[in-house]
Design a protein around this ligand. Structure first.
Ligand code: SF4
Length: 422
């Protein structure tokens, strides 16, 4: 923790200017990153962004059964419940020590837990009560603390929070149906900037595709989009984990456009950044887009002041399964994309590529066989693999058993892809 200001009165403690971890950690306890402020009441711990917008709520001992769990408010206004205990093998399944429970249907293969609606409502009522008493608290507090109470009152009523989420979605063409799985490395604290809309393939199996024909945004729109993000987040920008270049295949805009968009985002992370790691630049890249990047472009991506993290859906290494999925990528292209992903991971320190493949009970047996052969051949330095359970075709127990069996076969990383929206 850095130097902070502490003020207590009538059982309420305000701590301002707290500095959490400056590197993203894989932890099962509630780690906070960068600068934040908090208000501790006898029942709850409320943590706010530097601008004074609520980010985390946690029940204190006696309020919640498991007081190591917490709610996190996303910029899109969802309250994600982070369940830090009670799941054996969470890390093995998703690569994190907690399980996020979403207030919307996602691939519920991992979590059995129902979303804790009532617990959230109680916590939000406690936040309402806090904002209601902010004026009275401000009158009795020293000027800096009073100014913080003022921000808490202005920015955290339910109407204002709903309005903030609506404005965020308006600026970012959201809600975004899915983020790359690698965003977990920065706890999904990303700034979405659309570089291209739609996708190349319009696969039959996909539940997240947009109907749009693939189209690249104009350069002026991308620069304006970055400026909108700066105006929206203001002081909360500095400790964000990175940028997500949307939507479903930003790499198909061309590596040159990706680099230009990244350059437009550099100012977003300058100034007061406390995080020690380079911000992430997350994007999806189709097999066609991945194999289309030249050596010189990989080198240019590697030099960016971002950790570029590309996620490529290869879906299957089995021709009949690609046909079953309605995925118009011939097997040689898929194989070439995998080879390119592995090569990039070995050659570039600033760029990594991860792969996705589907799983599910309705798929041809030849898919599961090719998947097992593939995983058995992987090495620790190869591209990590995420498994996407097919909607409606993936039984929880079967999927987890398959995952455990796969993890024992090779030395590469295999995790489940947890679909998170923003
Ligand atoms: S899997 Fe990817 S390429 Fe296929 S339809 Fe969905 S978003 Fe488009």
């Amino acid at each position: 923790m850095g130097s902070s200001q502490v003020y207590s009165r009538d059982g309420i403690t305000v701590r301002m200017g707290l500095v959490g971890a400056v590197r993203y950690l894989k932890a099962s306890w509630p780690v906070r990153y960068g600068l934040y402020h908090e208000i501790r009441t006898p029942s709850y711990l409320f943590q706010f962004s530097p601008e004074g917008v609520i980010r985390f709520i946690q029940g204190r001992p006696g309020t919640w059964h498991n007081h190591a769990d917490w709610f996190k408010r996303t910029a899109g206004g969802d309250w994600v419940y982070y369940s830090s205990g009670g799941y054996n093998g969470a890390f093995s399944a998703i690569g994190e020590h907690y399980i996020p429970v979403f207030p919307y249907p996602s691939n519920g293969v991992i979590g059995e837990k129902a979303y804790p609606e009532e617990t959230l409502e109680d916590a939000l009522q406690a936040l309402d009560a806090l904002t209601d008493r902010a004026g009275e608290e401000a009158d009795k507090a020293p000027p800096e603390v009073a100014a913080f109470w003022g921000r808490v009152a202005r920015k955290n009523s339910r109407d204002v929070l709903d309005g903030l989420a609506a404005r965020f979605h308006g600026l970012t063409h959201g809600p975004l149906t899915v983020l790359p799985p690698d965003c977990r490395h920065v706890d999904y604290d990303i700034l979405p900037l659309r570089l291209a809309r739609g996708c190349l393939y319009h696969c039959r199996f996909c539940g997240v595709k947009s109907r749009d024909t693939f189209a690249v945004e104009g350069r002026e729109q991308v620069v304006a989009g970055a400026q909108f993000l700066a105006d929206f987040f203001k002081g909360d920008l500095a400790d964000m984990g990175g940028v997500f270049l949307g939507e479903h295949d930003a790499l198909a805009a061309g590596a040159g456009e990706v680099i230009r968009a990244a350059e437009a985002c550099i100012p977003l992370f300058e100034g007061k950044r406390r995080m020690a790691d380079a911000p992430g630049l997350f994007l999806f890249g189709s097999p066609d887009a991945l194999v289309g990047v030249s050596d010189a472009q990989w080198q240019a991506l590697d030099r960016l002041p971002f950790h570029v993290q590309i996620n490529t859906g290869v879906e299957s290494l089995d021709e009949p399964t690609l046909g079953y999925l309605g995925r118009p990528t011939p097997l040689p292209l898929v194989t070439e994309a995998v080879a390119r992903a592995d090569e990039v991971n070995r050659r570039c320190s600033g760029v990594s590529v991860s792969l996705n493949m589907v799983t599910g009970s309705g798929l041809p047996e030849s898919h599961h066989e090719s998947l097992a052969r593939f995983v058995a051949s992987r090495d620790a330095l190869d591209a990590p693999l995420y498994l996407s359970p097919l909607k409606g075709h993936a039984d929880r127990r079967t999927t987890l058993n398959e995952l455990i069996a796969l993890k024992r076969m090779g030395r590469g990383s295999v995790f489940l892809y947890l679909l998170q929206r923003l």
